[in-house]
Ligand binder design. Structure first.
Ligand code: NIG
Ligand code: FE
Length: 395
């Protein structure tokens, strides 16, 4: 059986076949007066109504009456295995205190004390919330357990809900290893990575006050040997070598990139490493936003993600992040939507999501708006009306 979505005022495909060649910057492949046909969970047709295959009587027909349809968001950076929250820390920050990654330990204590069922229920709640806001693919990291068993149970929980599971045992140094940081790196390399079968990715927080370049290299090398793919948190808190390291070592993505030099950007562009910008983190830590125009001028591939976590960015709303990215990071609305869909897919090395070309997984959102630009023009308004994952409506 197929589903036929008609009455689409604006269909964003991210398909080069529909890009407007008059505008070389346009990669959204917008089709006006469009039809989308879904068969067996995949896109069978996405294009002008005039070219659509004829309807059959057993099609499920959905008339969206002049609305916009966009690819589902690919949120490629989330930390959702945790317990508790840090409301007071946020309030203190908004009253003048500065952000310190040391707050991660508050969440670590609550996470270690939680049962598997509590951790999973919290994750499911956050994934459902994200879904209702248009997110159809999520990457999820560990990183608040920081023991062998807590990191491994985190991975198992994640793997029950997404194929994009990331081991971030190298988030901070747990108190037990305060005076022996390299001992913790040994633990990650010798005890955790060899048992991290449930993970696809290995990630390290490479920054001032977190893991050094040398430690990052050891962990990512061990991860790669075990078949995991590398990505990093780099240059969130300060300038450092993390971005160039990510480019040099074949990371799919370097995330945050709040502090980036021209040399860093050139290296990312040359390597084809995605820079994943996380506007929620600058928002919630009152940091200075990176300027997307510099990344675009340097030819760097961009993704946008929420960085949903209880400390530095407790939002799982991609529409919120898009609005901030446009207002404060100087993405154009088109660049922001591309980064939040096709960009996220690239950051996760996925070719089946992030676009609506024939053959893609039928992940899409129907907006209560005639144009995706309203996601940024009407911030905070619940414009994501219906969400479909692999052709099935999510509730
Ligand atoms: O991505 N940068 C490191 N980790 C998180 C923050 C985690 C926390 O504060 O709990 C981030 O922003
Ligand atoms: Fe993060």
């Amino acid at each position: 059986m197929s589903t036929r979505i008609t009455g689409i005022a604006e269909l964003v495909t991210n398909d080069p076949a529909h890009a407007h060649h008059a505008d070389p910057g346009d990669r959204l492949g917008v089709v006006h007066d469009a039809v989308l046909v879904v068969e067996d969970g995949h896109v069978a047709f996405a294009g002008p109504a005039a070219d659509a295959p004829s309807a059959s009587s057993d099609d499920l027909a959905v008339d969206v009456a002049g609305r916009s349809v966009i690819p589902g968001f690919v949120d490629s950076h989330n930390h959702l295995v945790f317990a508790g929250d840090r409301t007071e820390e946020f309030a203190a920050r908004m009253s003048g205190q500065s952000y310190s990654a040391g707050g991660i330990r508050t969440t670590m204590n609550a996470t270690r004390a939680a049962t598997d069922a509590q951790l999973e229920a919290n994750l499911v709640h956050l994934v459902d919330q994200a879904r209702r806001q248009g997110t159809t693919t999520l990457e999820i990291k560990t990183g608040y357990g920081l023991t062998v068993s807590d990191e491994l149970r985190g991975l198992e929980i994640i793997a029950r809900h997404t194929s994009e599971a990331t081991l971030l045992a190298a988030h901070i140094f747990p108190p037990e290893y305060e005076d022996d940081p390299d001992g913790y790196v040994d633990l990650i390399v010798e005890e955790i990575i060899p048992r991290a079968d449930a993970a696809k990715w290995i990630d390290v927080f490479c920054d001032r006050g977190a893991f050094t370049l040398k430690q990052t290299e050891r962990i990512l090398t061990a991860g790669k040997t075990a078949g995991l793919l590398p990505r990093v948190h780099a240059n969130q808190l300060d300038h450092g070598d993390g971005l160039q390291f990510a480019a040099r070592t074949g990371c799919a993505s370097a995330d945050h990139a709040t502090h980036a030099t021209d040399e860093d950007l050139a290296a990312l562009a040359d390597a084809g490493t995605v820079a994943t910008l996380l506007p929620g983190a600058e928002f919630s830590t009152r940091a200075v936003y990176p300027d997307a125009r510099r990344f675009v001028a340097a030819g760097v591939h961009l993704a946008l993600a929420t960085d949903c976590n209880p400390g530095s960015s407790f939002t799982n709303s991609m529409p919120f992040c898009l609005a901030v990215a446009v207002r404060d990071m100087h993405f154009t609305p088109a660049q922001a939507l591309h980064a939040a869909t096709a960009g996220g897919a690239r950051a996760l090395r996925r070719t089946d999501v992030g676009h609506l070309a024939p053959g893609a997984r039928a992940d899409f959102a129907i907006l209560d708006a005639p144009s995706y630009v309203q996601l940024m023009y009407r911030p905070g308004v619940p414009l994501v009306q219906r969400v479909f994952v692999a052709g099935e409506e999510a509730h």
